[in-house]
Design a protein around this ligand. Structure first.
Ligand code: TAP
Length: 453
């Protein structure tokens, strides 16, 4: 029996020892899920909705406990961790409205009646990364359960604590055993088995583009449905006609949120050359003002990175001779700390400009005009997120249509909203999560002709 010790990234102290699920136990869980799904799909829609609302209420009653687990196990700042637990509740509540609205169509045909049904896919395998253990779990879990699917979830080996607790809360809310199971374990074991097992009808994967490619190839062997939420290298585009003060004040939060371990991190700031100097003067105090420190403190805005290995990876983008324009602070002593860092000027071929860093490092690069800004934003294999700052509505629309990315905000640093579809262009992914249509991704359309003659 192998185990994994969860480490507190802020203290480097062990938090908890977790027994890892093996391949045989994964198969047994999938078989339990198959049986449970037969029951779950037949639960009356109103009752399924009620159970999801009870699940949301259980999460709501345990916001502080869940937040404490995420602070200790992932180093997320307290305010952020509470928000994340509340987000799970909100996503469950949002999709609890779905079971009673899963109507099909009646299509006029000669000789009878044609009706369609939205049939649940069956068992769904959910593979979650370590950066946002709670929100990303909820984005797959809630619509899949609402659709009548059973879910087997694999949290990242490093950050399993909140997912395990959410699995317990599902049972406490009254969800039938086997409908939602959480299997802590390795991607190469549990994740691989979810991909390979023929009874798992869909994989919802969030993680790196590299592993996403392997998942897609594995799913192809079974023509298994797959949703991929992968990496990003998004641009924050600031035009000279924007509210430069607001753009500069919020730019740190568009990239240093979750210590930059955010697929939506806008880690390339593109600024119109005529306001570059003004922007940099305003950005410096904003970056230095980011409160980096003890995740338990309510005032903390940024915590540590997830591990020593990840910190070394992030640091590799800032070698001794890197063009550091300015940087914020980070505590000394134990913990995987790394200060918010701004690089400028950087070459267009610098790894910090082209690769996803997944840490608190951002580059600032000038552009001449609208066409160049769009070309620079698109000069990446990724296309997940982005922000546009301008006072000109026409430009906002033109640039938003021109940038090849799945999720954009104009004059705002926000990224994910559970009411709206979320997902990537190009190598940032395949399919969409969230928004009103997410349940459709967990159903198949069945078409039935009924002869009347
Ligand atoms: P990955 O290394 O790709 O791991 C993601 C998940 O896949 C983990 O649970 C991992 O398990 C599992 N896994 C690894 N190898 C597997 C295999 N062969 N078969 C099945 N599952 C496997 O990513 P990460 O380092 O945790 O997360 C960072 C990446 O995720 C970044 O690129 C980031 O941009 C991306 N991300 C994207 C989004 C969206 S919404 N687009 C959101 C968050 C993160 P282990 O725990 O054993 O490694």
């Amino acid at each position: 029996m192998s185990t994994y010790t969860v480490i507190n990234p802020a203290t480097e102290q062990p938090v908890s020892q977790i027994t890892l699920t093996d391949a045989g136990q994964t198969d047994a869980a999938i078989e339990r899920a198959v049986k449970a799904q037969e029951l779950w799909r037949n639960v009356a829609p109103g009752d399924r909705a009620r159970l999801l609302r009870r699940f949301a209420a259980e999460v709501d009653a345990h916001i502080d406990d869940l937040a404490e687990l995420e602070i200790a196990g992932s180093g997320h700042p307290a305010g952020q961790a509470r928000w994340e637990a509340g987000h799970v509740r909100d996503v469950l509540e949002y999709y609890s409205a779905a079971p009673e609205r899963m109507s099909g169509k009646q299509i006029p045909v000669p000789g009878g009646l044609d009706v369609t049904f939205a049939e649940p896919l069956g068992v769904v395998g959910l593979i979650v990364p370590w950066n946002f253990p709670m929100p990303i779990l909820s984005w797959g879990m809630a619509p899949a359960l609402a659709a009548g699917c059973a879910v087997v979830a694999k949290p990242a080996a490093m950050t399993p604590l909140t997912a395990i607790r959410i699995g317990e809360l599902a049972l406490e809310a009254g969800l039938p055993t086997g409908v939602f199971q959480v299997l802590p374990g390795k991607g190469s074991v549990v994740g691989q088995r979810l991909v390979d097992h023929p009874a798992v009808r869909k994989i919802v994967f969030t993680g790196s583009t590299e592993v996403g490619q392997q998942i897609m190839a594995g799913c192809a062997r079974h023509i298994k449905r797959v949703t991929l939420e992968l990496g990003g290298k998004s641009a924050n585009i600031v035009f000279a006609d924007a509210d430069i003060e607001r753009a500069a004040a919020t730019a740190p939060y568009a990239v240093f949120d979750n210590a930059g371990q955010d697929c939506c991190a806008r880690s390339r700031i593109l600024v119109q050359a005529s306001v570059l100097e003004q922007f940099m003067e305003l950005l410096e105090p904003a970056v230095k003002g980011v409160k980096v420190g003890d995740p338990k403190a309510d005032s903390t805005e940024m915590g540590p990175l997830i591990s020593a290995a990840h910190r070394a990876h992030v640091a590799s983008y800032v070698p001794e001779d890197a063009p550091v324009a300015f940087r914020g602070s980070a505590p000394d002593g134990p913990g995987y700390w790394y200060p918010p860092t701004v690089l400028a000027p950087v070459g267009a071929d610098a790894p910090a400009y082209t690769e996803e860093i997944f840490g608190p490092v951002v580059t600032v690069t000038p552009f001449a005009d609208e066409a160049e800004a769009i070309a620079m934003a698109n000069d990446t294999p990724y296309g997940l997120s982005g922000s546009i700052w301008t006072g000109n509505v026409g430009r906002a629309i033109r640039v938003a249509r021109g940038v090849e990315t799945g999720n954009l905000s104009v004059n705002s640093h926000s990224s994910v909203r559970y009411w709206t579809p979320f997902g990537g262009f190009k190598q940032s992914g395949l399919g969409r999560e969230l928004g009103p249509d997410a349940v459709d991704a967990f159903t198949e359309v069945k078409n039935v002709f009924i002869a009347s003659e």
